[in-house]
Design a protein around this ligand. Sequence first.
Ligand SMILES: Cc1ncc(C[n+]2csc(CCOP(=O)(O)OP(=O)(O)O)c2C)c(N)n1
Length: 532
Amino acid sequence: MSTVREAAFELFRARGMTTVFGNPGSTELPMLADFPDDFSYVLGLQEAVAVGMADGYAQASGRPALVNLHTAPGLGNAMGAIFNAQANHSPVVITAGQQARSLMTLQANLTNRDAVRVTDPFVKWSYEPPRAEDVPLALARAAHLSSLPPLGPTFVSVPMDDWAAEVDAGDAAEALKRRVSGRAAADAESVAGLARRLEGASSPALVAGPDIDAAGAWDAAVALAERLRLPVWATPATGGGRLGFPEGHPNFRGSLPPAIGPAGETLAAYDLVLAVGTSVFPYYPNIPGPLLADGTELIAITSDPDEAARAPMGDAIVADVRLTLEALIGVVSESDRPTPEPLPPPEAGEETDPLTPTMVHHTLAEVLPDDAIVVLESPSSTLAFRNQLRISRPGGYYFGAGGGLGFGLPAAIGAQLAEPDRPVVCVIGEGSVQYAVTGFWTAAAYSVPVAFLVLRNSEYAILKWFGSIEQVDGAPGLDLPNLDCAAVAAGYGVPSGRVADREELRAALEAAISSDRPQLVEVEVASGMALF
Ligand SMILES: Cc1ncc(C[n+]2csc(CCOP(=O)(O)OP(=O)(O)O)c2C)c(N)n1
């Protein structure tokens, strides 16, 4: 016999889930009792931060990350972050405490009344085991499911008296031994059919999506693009959480516009579009138009059956992105089309006072090490960032694909914990900081050396821009006067400074990026949307 807690920690250990992100309460303490020395606990001061850190950690490490949240109110606080983890295809295994089984029916204080329903829409599997002795198997199931394609969060609610209950050690050992893998190759017929269609196309193009990065398929995507001389577009920047192609590569053409009409127009230049590792497409906002021009066809390769099923146009192959691209390269003949002309280098115009967001990103590009990881949450300058930076290393970029603010700050901390040898820069708007602001404390307390670059424009710039698109005048609540992020971060223990011109910015960024402690650089920027 062993306890549920012993069996569960054996399971976490066997799955490499030895970092626990959490915020504890009385209902979680029984899980955390006698916390093993080979585990580390990363405290987030609010549940959205704990899940956001786990999201960044899981994506950057490629392994499921474990979260432990407080019962109903803690889980409620985390919902936006769980939504984000789902959109990011992030394998986050979330546990939450629950009142003791004997007190749930009379609904003692802190009972999570319908725990399974709380997370259900945002996770792959939401569960509360019927008996204490089922907890280890439920946790194993949650871990396997979260890391099977399509990757995503899972949830298990654990009544607080379950952890000390006894389980059969033999059964627990059987569950521990199990290895479940799920990378499925496409059938040869589909791959051959795709090769024929690509060979027969006169102007094919590739749209590269985030799952190329998650699947380790950058080399395959580059090899295919070079073999077929494909112009390559990134899936829309506002919905793609990772990069599927080096943006400094000559074949790279830019990010697809995010709305239906403009995306369809952009793809009208091609007779066949191969969309890989992306939904088709993460559209936003609502600018209608033809999905595709007459004469343009589309084929998607995705490991997510739902992405394949819900696409409004084109064919789809559901299979592992890397295995399928590699198989395709083996059977498709090389094209004799000319290689696409590289994009011109990005320009940022003259230095202004205050700096434009474009110039801020241009300056960051000058000092950013090649192996850096950037986590971006600067809504009105997302497009300018992508144009100026042209990130060209796998695992070098994370963005909240679901659009829920509060991802960037904690995800940067999680990514840095997963990748201690790569510099991590969190580029973030001062409004976005506020959704997970207590993450600053975790960065300081655990010496996680993220460089935070805060763009301060004293407004919700993107919402003013959306106002113009939606023909909305006079909306309140779009200005943020006197929001002093540098002072707030300093209060949480992160050394912070403010810069005004390019020289100061460059020097402060270099210092923050090379520091072995977190640092924050706040720069005032011109108001408005930055598109290039
Ligand atoms: C959780 C959540 N709440 C609200 C929003 C709506 N929203 C989108 S962008 C934005 C403004 C963010 O401000 P800031 O970070 O300063 O960026 P800016 O638009 O000024 O670039 C808001 C409030 C959201 N996306 N997510």
